[in-house]
Design a protein around this ligand. Structure first.
Ligand SMILES: NC(=O)c1ccc[n+]([C@@H]2O[C@H](COP(=O)([O-])OP(=O)(O)OC[C@H]3O[C@@H](n4cnc5c(N)ncnc54)[C@H](OP(=O)(O)O)[C@@H]3O)[C@@H](O)[C@H]2O)c1
Length: 306
């Protein structure tokens, strides 16, 4: 049986993405195949596509982008007892989610709450797992003060709310037009850019840590706000090494991830936390969706709905 997928066979701009008909991927041991209902675009998707993370000129096989998936399990590999065929799940895909059919490790997906839309479900994997990983590294106690740099973004919104729910006081940076969005998360908003240090100091004279979710702006400012480089973690800033700041990259083996997804999905479905706004695109418009995410033309989560 065949189904459609978006893939690229050489690194480059959005034009390298092509919609193809391919053999359905088969779940290996410990994996499930999902009939995809939603798959979100993350900045990592177009960074990988551009070759930014590559050591060679071309990928050694066609690459299907997409780390986040939500859909219905339609086949299970050996050793999988849960989820089962027919279950609605959300989480992380292995081998690409921009497709009608995607494979995921059974341990990387959790039950989709019945009341949650497919679009929201398909946008949670990366932003939730990244949030929980970095907050575990920062190890903040209730009463601590955290600056989330980029609190209007996908990771930043979730990070601000998870930290606040743990009794942490959160100050969130965003552009001028997103100050109200950040405030509505129960977070003190502040405009990023020149003068940020002074604006934060006008709010508080002590910050315990900074979580840089945006990777933009002055890292020196964030270090000054935190008081020392070891109290700053970035997930995206290219100058991390130069400033002695920890860079936390994504990957497998994060023990928090499974519990994180179930907790965050439950809190969002129950209305305690807000998920980023979602804009949907058909699979045919994957290139446009990546460009809109890269340029910031559309904010919130951009989600492909095959
Ligand atoms: N290492 C990892 O594990 C990992 C995991 C996930 C994501 N990431 C990376 O983290 C970054 C953010 O991902 P995301 O999905 O949250 O992106 P996103 O939803 O596009 O959010 C980007 C955030 O950056 C803010 N921003 C834009 N221009 C800025 C500037 N000049 N100074 C400060 N902040 C600025 C935006 O604020 P406004 O919208 O208000 O302008 C927004 O809050 C990406 O680079 C992504 O590749 C890394």
């Amino acid at each position: 049986m065949t189904s459609r997928a978006v893939q690229f066979s050489r690194f480059g701009g959005p034009e390298v993405l092509e919609l193809v008909e391919r053999e359905n991927p088969q779940p290996g041991p410990g994996q499930v195949r999902v009939a995809v209902r939603a798959a979100s675009v993350n900045p990592a998707d177009w960074k990988v596509r551009s070759g930014a993370f590559a050591r060679t000129d071309a990928p050694d096989h066609p690459v299907v982008p997409g780390f986040d998936v939500a859909g219905v399990v339609e086949a299970v590999g050996s050793g999988v007892t849960t989820p089962g065929v027919g279950d609605e799940v959300l989480g992380g895909a292995s081998g690409g989610a921009y497709a009608e059919k995607a494979v995921a490790d059974a341990s990387a997906v959790v039950a989709k709450p019945a009341s949650m839309s497919w679009e929201v479900a398909g946008s949670l994997g990366v932003i939730v797992s990244t949030t929980y990983r970095v907050l575990a590294l920062l190890d903040l106690r209730p009463g601590a003060t955290l600056v989330v740099h980029g609190a209007s973004g996908g990771v930043g919104m979730i990070a601000a709310q998870v930290a606040a729910s743990r009794g942490v006081t959160v100050i969130g940076t965003a552009s001028g037009s997103h100050q109200d969005d950040v405030r509505s998360l129960g977070v003190t908003p502040v405009v990023y850019g020149e003068g940020l240090v002074e604006r934060v100091h006008a709010i508080t004279d002590h910050v315990d840590a900074v979580f840089d979710t945006s990777g933009k702006g002055s890292l020196a400012d964030l270090v000054e706000i935190a008081g020392s480089a070891d109290r700053v973690i970035t997930i995206a800033h290219p100058d991390a090494g130069e400033h002695g700041v920890r860079f936390s990259g994504g990957g497998t083996g994060d023990p928090e991830i499974e519990g994180a997804l179930a907790e965050a999905a439950g809190k969002i479905a129950a209305g305690f936390w807000r998920a980023p706004a979602v804009t949907t695109y058909p699979l045919e418009q994957a290139a446009q969706a990546q460009e809109d995410n890269r340029t910031g033309a559309v904010s919130g989560k951009l989600v492909l709905t095959p």
